[in-house]
Design a protein around this ligand. Structure first.
Ligand code: ADP
Ligand code: ZN
Length: 627
């Protein structure tokens, strides 16, 4: 299925483009001359001369008499030849008399309605440009192997790696990942002063594997190494190696290493190496020949240069577990460096880096931003400051204030702000739903505290309750997980309680999915159910080709159904907790809903104060990050 639409797109473009030219060709003024079209031109004077000397045998007039194709005997070789002659239409009557007198056969071909035709062609340019733009878009958006763009590049032997002579990035531009930075500092020395190592007989490592989620700065780090060492930076993404057509990837690898050798010392960066480097033979439905060839070529190239040629290959991946073990052998990517998302301090560091070139109001502390953004990667933080700067410019302010930062955080996390609903029943329902979440979250001791509740829609969500997660705690207890399940059930529970079972909405779909995921993990991974302390699923919940799919049936049907029963029990338990809290606090909930509809946003502090007027709010240990 996927292939067929790709082929349609692939073929429709050349067909449209060729069709366009053919079409244009058929209707263009000179095309009608068909076989008669003559390559050589003849002056009008020469034509008259030929006419007088009786060499001309045939004349065809085109375009209202402004062009003629003249058939005449060539005086040089006495063969019949054709010439093209530009005429003045005013001369036509005179010429036709002359031709008639001389008894030469001639014909006149009426002009076409060219104005309208070209207008129509003009209209056609737009769709053609559009198709061109789509074509480019497909190429760009395809970072995935086998994405639609892959098909477009076929037949193009152009090497697809980039080379930067100077990256201009230094270690100071990378923050929050100090351990990785320290580990890699040595690579700079390898590149700058290899003699120091070779003199004592040390073999310089050729490859380093950076392991970490997207956006944590792996590319940035590699660039910084090249920048610090002052060597060129070659980069390519693993997905760009893998093409639909066998052999292209391998030749790209060859090209890349050839270029790198010419420019040594240098650094090669291969992003998403898992696209090529997956365990061979793991593909379902037969191996991918092309990928294997590419990988083999990569291995050959890595073996093919000596450690002291001054080339260091850095590869990045988020899935070291799927990589072919051959890649990790000594002499290849034998060093692994973990690059993780930044912690609180790291986030401050990254914010400092990206705040350097931005105007930020003096009352904004980067610490407070860092506190609001647990789980953000370097890329998210840089994006956040940029969004805030854009908002500031849009609001015509001098410097970024807390307001813009707050809006930008919401936007980065939850998407674009939509227009709030007008007061209606559904707005009321959403308000109950959100207050339900917030109320359960507030009254359960083990739940993260509410940061704010809002009815301003963002992205897919029509209302949102934000919690302040307690990030620096590494382990999560069973009661915390249970509290999260109950909190996620809070929305649906409130809908049921207030509007009845028939009125509940699809709005809780996402919540229920979350509940199911958490409950399933409690049962299968953390041994937190009546099934006992068993791990019933592999760590990586994600199913990828070859690996996860096979490991699914590690347990019997019987256990599978008891897992389902346990998941259900946990979800129901959470639901009951939520229902009870909603029932017991109906009065406070009604008041908060009215306030929320009136104000659209209530912050956590105020929310807790109002709840405290009705019932006791448990104290929560809140982690206060130390700077
Ligand atoms: P990855 O390669 O891990 O996906 P990138 O290096 O492409 O991530 O990061 C994208 C951008 O995010 C960088 O160009 C940089 O602006 C910002 N960024 C990411 N991590 C950091 C960091 N640790 N320090 C500073 N900026 C960072
Ligand atoms: Zn919800």
């Amino acid at each position: 299925m996927k292939l067929s639409w790709r082929l349609i797109v692939l073929w429709s473009i050349p067909i449209l483009v060729i069709g366009f030219f053919l079409w244009q060709g058929t209707f263009s003024p000179t095309a009608g001359m068909g076989n008669n079209s003559a390559n050589t031109k003849m002056t009008y004077g020469r034509f008259l001369e030929y006419l007088d000397s009786g060499r001309v045998t045939n004349v065809d007039l085109y375009e209202g008499g402004s062009t003629a194709i003249v058939e005449a005997v060539d005086p040089l070789d006495r063969t019949l030849n054709r010439w093209r002659v530009d005429l003045l239409p005013a001369n036509t009557p005179e010429l036709t008399t002359k031709l008639r007198d001389a008894g030469i056969s001639f014909d006149s071909h009426p002009p076409r309605n060219d104005g309208a035709l070209w207008g129509f062609l003009g209209n056609l340019i737009f769709p053609v440009l559009l198709i061109g733009a789509l074509f480019l878009l497909f190429r760009r958006s395809s970072n995935m192997p086998g994405g639609p763009g892959q098909a477009m590049n076929f037949g193009k032997s152009r090497a697809r790696f980039q080379m930067e002579a100077k990256t201009g990035v230094v270690f100071d531009d990378v923050a929050g990942i100090d351990e990785a930075k320290e580990e890699l500092q040595e690579i700079v020395t390898f590149l700058k002063q290899p003699e120091r190592f070779t003199a004592v007989g040390a073999r310089i490592p050729k490859g380093v594997l950076l392991v970490g989620p997207p956006g944590v700065g792996k590319t940035l780090l590699a660039k910084a190494i090249a920048g610090e060492a002052g060597v060129p930076f070659f980069s390519i993404s693993g997905s760009e190696f893998v093409e639909m057509f066998v052999g292209v990837g391998a030749s790209r690898v060859r090209d890349l290493f050839k270029k790198a050798k010419e420019n040594a010392p240098c650094l090669i960066f291969i992003d998403e190496i898992d696209a090529v480097g997956r365990q061979r033979g793991a593909g379902i439905g037969g191996g991918n020949d092309e990928r294997e060839q590419t990988l083999n070529q990569l291995l050959t190239e890595m073996d093919g240069f000596e450690g002291n040629t001054g080339i260091i290959v850095i590869a990045a991946t988020n899935r070291p577990d799927v990589l072919d073990s051959a890649l990790m052998r000594p002499g290849r990517f034998d060093r692994q460096v973990i690059v993780d998302g930044p912690d609180f301090k790291g986030r401050i560091g990254i914010l400092e880096v990206h705040a350097r070139n931005k105007k930020i109001a003096p009352d904004v502390s980067l610490e407070s931003i860092a506190r609001r953004t647990p789980g953000f990667t370097g890329a998210d933080l840089s994006n956040l400051l940029n969004e805030a700067a854009i908002l500031t410019a849009r609001r015509r302010k001098e410097a970024i204030t807390l307001l813009e930062i707050d809006d930008a955080v919401d936007r980065v996390v939850a998407g674009m702000e939509g227009t709030p609903l007008v007061d209606s029943k559904s707005k009321r329902l959403i308000a109950y739903h959100e207050v339900g979440h917030a109320m359960v979250g507030t009254l359960l001791k083990d739940h993260d505290p509410v940061q704010k509740v809002t009815l301003v829609p963002r992205g897919q969500a029509r209302g949102l309750t934000w919690f302040t997660p307690n990030e620096e705690q590494g382990l999560i207890t069973r009661s915390q997980l249970m509290a999260r399940i109950a909190g996620a059930m809070g929305g649906r529970a409130a809908e049921e309680e207030i509007f009845g079972n028939d009125e509940v909405t699809t709005g809780a779909g996402g919540d229920l999915q979350q509940v199911t995921n958490m409950a399933r993990q409690m049962v299968t991974r953390f041994g937190m159910s009546d099934l006992g302390p068993l791990s019933l699923e592999s760590q990586s919940g994600e199913v990828f080709l070859g690996g996860g799919l096979m490991s699914r049936a590690e347990y019997s049907e019987e256990i599978a159904s008891s897992i389902d029963a346990q998941v259900k029990a946990l979800a129901e338990h959470g639901h009951n907790i939520a229902r009870k809290i909603i029932q017991e606090n109906r009065e406070a909930i009604d008041r908060l809903v009215d306030l929320l509809i009136e104000r659209e946003t209530i912050n956590g502090e105020e929310f807790r104060q109002i709840v405290a007027e009705y019932t006791q709010v448990p104290e929560k240990e809140q982690f206060v990050p130390q700077v």
